[in-house]
Design a protein around this ligand. Structure first.
Ligand code: NAD
Ligand code: UDP
Length: 320
């Protein structure tokens, strides 16, 4: 049994990671400041004697004893990370430093949840880990993109200077149950709009592409990455290489929900990447992993989750 720290553990991905780590018999310490996380995501874990919750902001130092650290604390959706951009940078940078210092003291393995956003609006397609990216350093998305890039830099500084056992995964768009209904991401927006028969809001012409990975596949890969030998540092792309236009996603959601919604166009936000698709050769080789859930199967499960949420906790969905 290991004692594992998960920062951002009450968020969409963090809460499912905590659940999986507990299922394998570990002790889990969940650290979160509830900026975008929700207590409802971890209620079902609170009675487990191997689960502990600490309300804490990772921009402040933290002192706990653990064997491994998964650093997920950071708002992931554009509307949330742009709400307080300076705080987003601090969470990425100071949060990384504080967790790396903790890892250094404890000699604990540490994994960073990085992002496909480090590639910005990519000129190389599909994206391979060796591509350095195309990021606007002063644009609307830069607090997140550059914050995450700097966190990767810090991870490698500590690895080279202090021989810290680091792991970096670059996560591509991930969806599934427990996404926050108000976080404005495309999958949750389209599903809720379709279930309520409201207009489906496509930003721009809908020809921009994304590759959508189902939550369970993603968390499986993340745990595999933590368990790789010490010389495997990454970065390793994790995502589903299936590539869809946003228009195709809207049409699929309408079909699966049997919705009466109409598609409407809205302005495209600044610096919105035109295309995104992971090259997962490295993940296949190093983690013996590939996603097993196709888009329709994952969407059906996510639609069922939001359908239930609308009926059982309508107040939580307000504002979408
Ligand atoms: P989320 O917003 O649901 O979860 C983030 C969690 O971090 C929340 O619980 C939030 O309250 C917490 N948090 C934020 N700032 C904090 C701080 N300063 N101190 C402590 N806790 C803080 O997002 P998610 O989708 O679960 O993403 C988790 C991680 O994965 C993030 O680091 C994100 O950048 C990364 N990621 C996610 C995706 C995706 O598609 N979901 C894609 C790429 C990368
Ligand atoms: N998008 C959209 N309608 C929405 C929300 C998002 O057309 O209601 C688009 C958005 O402009 C982007 C894509 O869907 O091109 C994915 O957006 P999301 O915020 O989910 O993730 P990210 O841009 O970070 O990949």
């Amino acid at each position: 049994m290991k004692r594992i720290l998960v920062t951002g553990g009450s968020g969409f991905l963090g809460s499912y990671l905590c659940e999986k780590l507990l299922e394998s018999g570990n002790e889990v310490i969940c650290v979160d400041n509830f900026f975008t996380g929700a207590k409802r995501n971890i209620y079902h874990l609170m009675d487990n004697p191997r689960f502990e919750m600490i309300r804490h902001d990772v921009t402040e130092p933290l002192n706990v004893e653990c064997d491994e650290i998964y650093n997920l604390a950071c708002p992931a959706s554009p509307i949330h990370y742009q709400r307080d951009p300076a705080q987003t940078v601090k969470t990425c940078v100071h949060g990384a430093i504080n967790m790396l210092e903790l890892s250094r003291r404890l000699k604990a393995k540490i994994l960073q949840a990085s992002t496909s956003e480090v590639y910005g609006d990519p000129a190389v397609h599909p994206q391979v880990e060796s591509y350095w990216g195309n990021v606007n350093p002063i644009g609307l998305r830069s607090c997140y993109d550059e914050g995450k890039r700097c966190a990767e830099t810090l991870f490698f500084c500590y690895h080279l200077q202090c021989a810290l056992p680091i792991k970096i995964v670059r996560i591509f768009n991930t969806y599934g149950p427990r996404m926050h209904p108000n976080d404005g991401r495309v999958v949750s927006n389209f599903i809720l709009q379709a279930l309520k028969n409201e207009d489906i809001t496509i930003y721009g012409d809908g020809q921009q592409t994304r590759s959508f990975c189902y939550r369970d596949d993603l968390i499986d890969a993340m745990i595999r990455m933590m368990n790789t030998p010490e010389d495997v540092t990454g970065p390793v792309n994790i995502g589903n290489p299936g590539e869809f236009t946003i228009l195709e996603l809207a049409e699929t959601v309408i079909e699966l929900t049997d919705s009466k919604s109409k598609i409407v166009r809205m302005p495209l936000p600044a610096d919105d990447p035109r295309q995104r698709k992971p090259d997962i050769t490295k993940a296949r080789e190093l983690l013996k992993w590939q996603p097993s859930t196709d888009l329709k199967t994952g969407l059906i499960k996510t639609i069922a989750y939001f359908d239930d949420l609308l009926k059982t906790a309508p107040e939580f969905c307000r504002g979408t």
